[in-house]
Design a protein around this ligand. Structure first.
Ligand SMILES: [Zn+2]
Length: 377
């Protein structure tokens, strides 16, 4: 199938999370692979919730080879009237494919699928090729975590992995880890005319945010040569019920991006001790920290064979990225992985998201060579 037409078809599936609804698109991908009639192929539509499914496909021998992966879900399109081109129609204009997920990452998925079609059919393979398309990547890697939990991707089942996320076809070999927390602050509500009788949970939240910034400055002193330092950022606040009522509760969401020498447990402990020290100064401060989700950091050395191969096939030097990807989860799972795909990160998650068709075609050629060099005999 033509790469561009395939990418357009994928964009037309509304796979926004929330709510998800990836199953239709997952079935389409599974059927695309089934229609190739590749002998010995194992195709699995792995449902994990109503309307939500991943695709896992295995081609060739058991000998671990290459894993090519990506995600089906997209972030919400938001106000569709703000788009110059409808976000789920796959509009093609002046060499660009527009739509939610065009860059992140349905063009990447289409390039991978087309590369599979071009290389695997009728070939004798020396090593296996694994293809994985996940759901719920944008919300804490739900789909991939369910595949690991159900042992549908055995540890070390590929010698290297490539995720087709948008990197402008420059290999990414390192990124920070991520941990998001909810801090629930409990106060005591009352009439706003008598703040002295209540405990204002929104005020306590402000104190915690100040504490976060102070702690952030301390964290900033520890540096990783590739990734810089751990950052903590308040991203959501919800509190209060009415303009004339002292808020009795407040919820603060904190996004943290940590370097490998720190990690989720370190950050969680740091948050708790920051709050404990605030409470010593103000015993009425009552806050509880809860981890919402986390994902590991990625750090492959530049000399790693997966990095070397990605660099040589793309013709570009590898770099580090500010965002998290499934590459880190696969690497932790014994499949050292890099990120390399068409489209720009700047295009991800924005209105009028697009991918350059020429770049998607280049990705197809890189993935084709990748499969040939790792798997084909
Ligand atoms: Zn993505």
């Amino acid at each position: 199938m033509d790469l561009v037409e395939l990418a357009r078809s994928l964009v037309r599936f509304r796979t926004e999370v929330p709510p998800g609804n990836e199953e239709g698109c997952a079935r389409y991908i599974r059927d695309f692979l089934a229609d190739l009639h590749i002998e010995g192929a194992e195709l699995n539509l792995a449902k994990f919730e109503a309307g939500r499914a991943n695709v896992v496909a295995k081609f060739g021998p058991d000998e671990p080879g290459l894993l090519l992966g990506g995600h089906i879900d997209v972030v919400p399109a938001g106000d569709e009237s703000a788009w110059s081109h409808p976000p789920f129609e796959g509009v093609l204009k002046r060499g660009r494919l527009y739509g939610r997920g065009a860059a992140d990452m349905k063009a990447g998925l289409a390039a991978i699928l087309t590369a599979v079609e071009a290389t695997v059919k009728g070939r004798r393979m020396r090593r296996g090729l694994l293809f994985v398309a996940t759901a719920g990547e944008e919300v804490g890697f739900e789909g991939l975590k369910s595949l690991f939990a159900r042992k549908l991707i055995p540890e070390g089942s590929a010698r290297l992995g490539v995720m087709g996320e948008p990197t402008n076809l420059r290999p990414v070999r390192a990124h920070k880890g991520l941990a998001d927390f909810r801090i629930s602050i409990t106060g005591r509500s009352g009439h706003a005319s008598r703040p002295d009788l209540g405990v204002n949970a929104v005020e306590k939240c402000a104190t915690i945010i100040e504490g976060l910034y102070a702690w952030g400055r301390i964290l900033g002193k520890t540096n990783d040569s590739d990734l810089g330092s751990t950052i903590v950022t308040p991203t959501m606040v919800r509190g209060g019920t009415k303009s004339n009522v002292i808020p009795g509760s407040c919820e603060l969401i904190v996004d943290t991006r940590w370097i490998p020498k720190h990690g989720t447990a370190f950050v969680e402990k740091g948050l708790n001790s920051m709050i404990a020290s605030l409470r010593r100064k103000d015993p009425s401060l009552d806050a509880r920290v809860e981890l919402l989700y986390d994902s590991p950091s990625l750090k492959l050395p530049q000399t790693h064979p997966a990095v070397r191969l990605a660099e040589s096939l793309s013709g570009k030097k590898s770099e580090v990225a500010p965002y998290g990807t499934e590459a880190s989860l696969y690497t932790e799972h014994g499949i050292p992985s890099v990120v390399l795909g068409p489209g720009s990160l700047k295009q991800a998650h924005i209105v009028d998201e697009f991918v350059e068709v020429a770049e998607a075609k280049k990705a197809l050629s890189i993935y084709t060579k990748l499969i040939e060099s790792v798997c084909a005999g």
